[in-house]
Design a protein around this ligand. Sequence first.
Ligand SMILES: [Zn+2]
Length: 411
Amino acid sequence: MSAAQGDPGDQVSAGPGDGAAPPDAQEYAGELGGFVLARGAVDRMSVRRGDNDWLAAAWADPRTRVLVLDNARALVRFGDKEAELILVPPSEAPDGLRFLLGVDDAGAAYFGVMGPPGCLDSLIKDVEVPAGDSPAAEQDAAQQDAAEQDATGQETARQAAPEAEEPAEEASGEEASEDETPEQEAPEQQTVTEQVAWLARARPGLRPAGLREAAALLNDRDAGLFTHAVALANWHATHTHCPRCGTPTVTVAAGHAQRCPADGSEHFPRIDPAVIMLVTDPDDRCLLARNRRWPERRVSILAGFVEPGEAAEQAVAREVEEETGIAVTRVRYVGSQPWPMPQSLMLGFRAAAVGELELRVDDDEIAEANWYSREELRRALAAREILLPPPVSIAHRLIESWYGEELPGVW
Ligand SMILES: [Zn+2]
């Protein structure tokens, strides 16, 4: 990090430490870091959101870059083992609702723009396509958003990450893709890192992609920009009128608030806190369950929304008891990541089971639940009896932290 060298974005707070170099993003993580969507490398510049002169100057600056969104997807160039966002100068961005994402160490500003449907397809034509891109991959790219679900070539139904379906309404943010067919079989028994790299190689080139597919391959800056932009876009897409009087709102604060022109009320992006918890028993076995709405074999740790008037720790205990009949103690927060599909903040916890360990699943929500030792998990994954959530999810990271090393294979 070199932000302390001076910020052309002027008068940016140096952040904690006041004059010292800002800490790395990792240093802002909780006890457990390494969450794919909890990254970022730009100053969000919240102090400038109401400064229209500054915003206009930033938009006119030739260094400024714009992340164009179409229905929460962006244009991504997938390379061999990584991916990058395609960011365009303001002059090439379509018209649409605009929000400030931040300013980097070099003083370049970043905006997001919600373009009209299909805008990414026309953007592709404007962006250089390097030789070697697969025409086939581009051709069907418009329908493909969740390649991460399908590394094995065996799961054809969409498998949203557990965070995407538990809490329930999170699945609604992105379109499903029902008929994905990878061009080749992924090798078996590979690590998740290898699978992610395989996905990039299997479908290289330039295409619209969602957070779930691209985030794990993006660098810190791009992952942070994309997550921030998707969160704002999903809010704007579903909150267009004043909740008090029904008048259409106007966007203010560089896209981070709305104001009602009739009654003057201000409205801010809605974020739904949800807890997700890795529960262990006295033998240090891990509790994994399958939600009734998930495909066969998909399992994860338990999760649920925090209810009104409830602390996060209380929500952990309540959800575990409701879904499996297990009582927990030592509920301990370990870290969080945004999950803007459409608007959650996932709060990660560890908890210890006490008392009766027999699992009594709530048949409404949970189809099955089991305790796994590390060896049992290793065997079940190797035999493809179960699939774990993808690396972009906080669930994956929590399970990995308990497992003690990179999780083997298959999701
Ligand atoms: Zn109103």
